[in-house]
Design a binder for this molecule. Sequence first.
Ligand SMILES: C[S@@+](CC[C@H](N)C(=O)[O-])C[C@H]1O[C@@H](n2cnc3c(N)ncnc32)[C@H](O)[C@@H]1O
Length: 249
Amino acid sequence: MSLLRRLPPILRALLAQALAFAVLVALARLGLRFPPLVWVLLQAVLAVFLSRWLELSPRWVFMQAALPFLVRALWGTPIPAWVYLVLFLGLVLIFGGGLLSRVPLYHASEDAWEKLETLVPDQPGSRLVDLGCGFGGPVAHLAKVRPDGVFVGVEASPLTWLVAWLRCLPRANAHIRLGSLWRTDLAAFDVAYAFLSPVPMPALWAKVRREMRPGTRFISHSFEVPGETPHRVLPVKGREGARLMMFEL
Ligand SMILES: C[S@@+](CC[C@H](N)C(=O)[O-])C[C@H]1O[C@@H](n2cnc3c(N)ncnc32)[C@H](O)[C@@H]1O
């Protein structure tokens, strides 16, 4: 069960809708007959129930409730092919950067930004890089509260990068780069922070060990470095088990 709950939200959402649909198919096979709107309502109620059981956040549960009604409303509506193309391109531009590294887009909570702040060395001029900075929340926050530091975000998905870049534009000490974290030299930073997934952690740790100087810090949000014990762990608000793990080089 806990394995299911650790699936990315999109997969849990699809699973909830699929299971709800399977129940409706079984009811229909048993001979139950309802007006179409009642079937849609049943699908929504079951999907909501299953989504809560799979511990999806309230935002996802709301979308799960709305989805069956949306599909019903669009059913049979002629949608031009370019709409699908635009949707596909949008998805690639937002999520494409994480496809190869198998890293989805989700965000650290504001509580995590604030706890991250306490892990940036006090010395003026400290440099931190957010490897896969998403929409730039942590970089924008740190640049605001630590005007004496330099904060860099690296993001591979173009639209996501654009949002982060615009968000950090007012801060002279924040820089958002479009590119791969694997091509970012970590030697220039006092702190490297990453909130990725379990998949890239072994390779990322090898890169950190190769490039970062002694006395610098690597911080992973929630995903462990296999075989390494963090020097500090700070629990943060968000999903169950969310925490910042700091490793000193
Ligand atoms: C889970 S989000 C983390 C966002 C942000 N760092 C935070 O803590 O809120 C991970 C981000 O890493 C990006 N990403 C994945 N692989 C990447 C890569 N190889 N190079 C740069 N960014 C990458 C994804 O596009 C996604 O936006």
